[in-house]
Design a protein. Structure first.
Length: 68
């Protein structure tokens, strides 16, 4: 199965969309960090935290479904 996951954030006039295959969550978090570190980007550390939290919640839900 070629599942692609997506996280998105709309901030003002900007839209940030992250698409990734399952298992690549660490790479996406690295991308959040890189964007948040870039002073020219509107994406900040709060945005990174929000999307990281959403990713974690999704993984938690999936693990709960597997466990039942």
């Amino acid at each position: 199965m070629n599942e692609i996951r997506q996280l998105s954030l709309v901030k003002g006039e900007e839209r940030f969309v992250f698409r990734y295959p399952p298992g690549q969550e660490a790479d996406v978090i690295d991308a959040f960090s890189s964007l948040a570190s870039d002073r020219e980007s509107a994406f900040d550390w709060f945005d990174a935290a929000v999307l990281s939290y959403q990713m974690g919640r999704r993984l938690e839900t999936e693990l709960d479904q597997i466990a039942t």
